[in-house]
Design a protein around this ligand. Sequence first.
Ligand code: S3P
Length: 446
Amino acid sequence: MSHDAAPQPATARRSNALSGVARVPGDKSISHRSFMFGGLASGETRITGLLEGEDVLRTGAAMKAMGAHIEKHGGEWIIRGTGNGALLQPEAPLDFGNAGTGSRLTMGLVGTYDMETTFVGDASLSGRPMGRVLDPLRQMGVQVLKSAAGDRMPLTLRGPRQATPIAYRVPMASAQVKSAVLLAGLNTPGITTVVEPVMTRDHTEKMLKGFGANIHVETDERGVRHIFIDGQGKLTGQVIAVPGDPSSAAFPLVAALVVPGSDITIENVLMNPTRTGLLLTLQEMGGNIEVLNPRNEGGEDVADLRVRASDLKGVAVPPERAPSMIDEYPVLAVAACFAEGETLMQGLEELRVKESDRLAAVARGLEANGVDCTEGEAALAVRGRPGGKGLGGGTVATHLDHRIAMSFLIMGLAAEKPVTVDDANMIATSFPEFMGLMAGLGALIE
Ligand code: S3P
């Protein structure tokens, strides 16, 4: 398992123009949910394009441990679910490795069951706050029998005989918290309501509807979303084609913008509007990104992206855009290193509780590579150097964070001097094909 493996440093060097056509692996958020909902639904779910990263495979293992049948035949995953309300108590702790989404959503999914479930994870996941999910679950009648200080993993949940439906206003912009409450509502009689003042990725709502859950969304005059789920209904297996992950596409995309002369196409990228903040921001910075063949597949917008090297300009990114690009700030900060002028990113408080404190990790990594930047409580300003002159030469501490590792390897492709990351192992959690895909486009990473 990668979190036990010895650190594997990697170095990226200034590369010649990137070119070619690439496909990034399936969307991580949709892949986790495909395993979960397929494992829960009655009948068969068939999934193609699944992200086979460690995080998602651990969600699959957890669902198996609770009674789902999951097998791979050729390129297709075939699941026979337990039926809603019929998950079994796992015999051993569920190990989620590095995965916040897998662990938090599963806490919601099984917390309301009249059984005991223990959640464990790696050092990064064990440091992340779980109270944001445990608080609403407690209101529904779930007991937290054991936890590490501050509601952290390892932790053990015990569900009530019958959970109580609640109306819960999500206090931070978090799709994981929203989803955990909705999933808890699946095994709760009556209507569970989630109030979402700031819209976050809506894969849970869309996919649950596809599986036949009785769920609907009303948006009030202030733009606040009210999501209602009527519990204990039947879910039915589905056929799912997972589109490419925009959060993974972000890495070759930024690489092509900053490496002079590049021209690449990334096919089949998810274009759900709750996920396209980075694209918009890079276009505002002057990035030459063409959205080709926009289409709808399986209820999601997808497109191919043609990206050409561009002279970027710094921008102020509106804070309200943060939920639609929350995982992309590290690589946006790298794009900003090569832009003319200052890029200001605000509303970043959630970055402090990702796989690492991403705001600090990015700022330290930039400083180690000669970038002029300022870290605020929830903001980051980066003053770029077009051409990357004087940049690079540093080693970045990745703190078990895949996106920190990939972002700084992208930086090394355009900086004057090489950039080293202290550990590339965690890349396998979300983008196992990263090294091969980047090499195929002409990137020098070893
Ligand atoms: C995710 C939600 C986001 C995101 C994560 C995936 C999801 O987390 O950072 O990578 O699939 O619901 P938060 O809900 O903590 O913002």
